[in-house]
Design a protein around this ligand. Structure first.
Ligand code: FES
Length: 162
């Protein structure tokens, strides 16, 4: 995704004086591009006169931000202790090999990103997988394959209707 510098500059106007100006600018960019391209981060630093290292620190700190492109569907496999002992690793491997990606990488068609995180706070339901914000409990590799298939179909339908 290319950054629309003119639109970005317009969005940055007047934000320099606001306490949350940088955060809001990053949020806008994340929404528009699906991630924070390096070019946009530099521009935020320049225009809002905030040191580049500080903008990167914020971009890295908040989970809502991503520095790499993310798929339209994000599969998050919890790999905290409770999920790990219940086979989370096998779930992550299943999703990664099925979609032929590395952790955190986007599939070539832009449809999926698979990532692992630490405990999402639902240990009683372990192992847990979250897809597009929806929680799935007691997931098995077979169940995960089926869920991904459904999500893939929905994604294709959404694209066809767009
Ligand atoms: S370890 Fe997965 S929800 Fe707690």
């Amino acid at each position: 995704v290319d950054v629309d510098v003119a639109a970005l500059d317009k969005a940055l106007e007047g934000r320099g004086d606001q306490p949350f100006g940088v955060m809001e600018a990053l949020q806008d960019i994340q929404e528009q591009c699906g991630y924070l391209p390096e070019e946009a981060i530099s521009r935020v630093s320049e225009v809002l006169e905030v040191p580049l290292i500080e903008v990167f620190r914020l971009a890295n700190f908040y989970k809502a931000f991503s520095l790499t492109p993310r798929g339209r569907n994000v599969i998050t496999v919890c790999d905290g202790t409770a999920c790990h002992v219940q086979g989370a690793r096998r779930l992550a491997d299943e999703a990664l090999s099925l979609l032929d990606v590395e952790p955190g990488e986007m599939t070539e068609d832009g449809a999926f990103t698979v990532e692992t995180v630490n405990c999402v706070g639902a240990c009683a339901l372990a192992p847990v997988v979250i897809i597009n914000g929806k929680y799935y409990d007691h997931v098995t590799p077979g169940k995960l394959r089926d869920i991904i298939e459904v999500v893939r179909q929905q994604d294709e339908e959404a694209l066809a209707n767009a």
